[in-house]
Unconditional design. Structure first.
Length: 277
């Protein structure tokens, strides 16, 4: 005996509609979503998607390339600095160590000022991309821009240092107390540190000579770390010259100037923020 349960009014239509939607949905399912079926072809006129790999790093951007670019820049700047200062350096080789030759030695050191300023300019604008290096072009551009401004500060500093050195070499004839010699030596070291700041400012900024001199004196005490960094380089150079050879400052000029630039970053940053438009 079979019992039939009467359906509720309206329920049969809903069940059939749901069954129809389920069947229609089973036919609308993309073949690619079914397991064990081939991927669906793209519509006509549309290119199939490509599996793109991440772009490979370009040439000259790795750590080894940056190191090679730095070495190339240092060697080029070193060679060009020696070429630019060669007239004076050749004259120094002909002079004897007698104290009477100090004024002539100062004259021979005059080309070293513009050459150093040009080296600072080229090292500050060095490119870290091995595929695009132009250190020679930057050096000669820096020499053309900074030759005259550097000489305006380099010449009086050399004259002042010559007076101090001549006085110290003939100090016994002056009859002054010994503490005067210590004071003169301290003034000479301070003048060298002032000259380091002045050369950095001259190489990187276009100020008048008197403004550069004032800023160099201001930063001498304003940024003690920068001044201490320049002093450490001065001590290292003097010690290496005394222990090894007198040619050491000329042979290591480019690395020493790069270190000077690194220690002068606070001076450069404050000058850009507060003293330039």
């Amino acid at each position: 005996m079979i019992l039939r349960v009467p359906a509720e009014p309206g329920r049969t239509g809903r069940v059939r509609a749901a069954t129809g939607r389920a069947r229609a949905g089973s036919h609308d399912t993309p073949p690619a979503d079914r397991p064990g079926t081939a991927p669906r072809r793209p519509p006509a006129g549309q290119r199939p998607p490509e599996d793109r790999e991440p772009p490979a790093p370009s040439f000259g951007t790795g750590s080894l390339s940056r190191a090679a670019a730095l070495i190339h820049t240092l060697l080029t700047v070193e060679a060009l600095l020696l070429v630019a200062a060669s007239p004076g350096l050749a004259g120094l080789l002909l002079l004897g160590p007698a104290p009477a030759n100090l004024p002539l030695a100062a004259v021979c050191l005059l080309p070293l000022g513009p050459a150093t300023a040009a080296a600072l300019y080229a090292l500050d604008r060095r490119d870290r991309d091995l595929a695009d290096l132009h250190p020679a072009r930057c050096y000669w551009r820096g020499w053309r821009l900074n030759a005259v401004p550097a000489l305006k500060l380099w010449t009086p500093m050399l004259a002042w240092l010559t007076v101090i050195a001549f006085t110290l070499t003939h100090f016994t004839a002056t009859g002054l107390p010994r503490w005067w010699a210590v004071l003169l030596a301290a003034v000479g070291v301070g003048s060298l540190l002032w000259g380091a700041h002045a050369l950095v400012l001259t190489a990187l900024f276009a100020f008048r000579a008197r403004d550069t001199a004032r800023l160099a004196g201001y930063f001498l005490f304003r940024h003690g770390r920068a001044t201490l960094g320049a002093a450490s380089l001065l001590v290292l150079t003097a010690a290496g010259t005394a222990v090894l050879t007198e040619a050491l400052p000329a042979l290591l000029a480019a690395p020493l100037l790069l270190s000077l630039l690194h220690s002068s970053r606070p001076v450069i940053a404050e000058t850009q923020e507060d003293f330039t438009a």
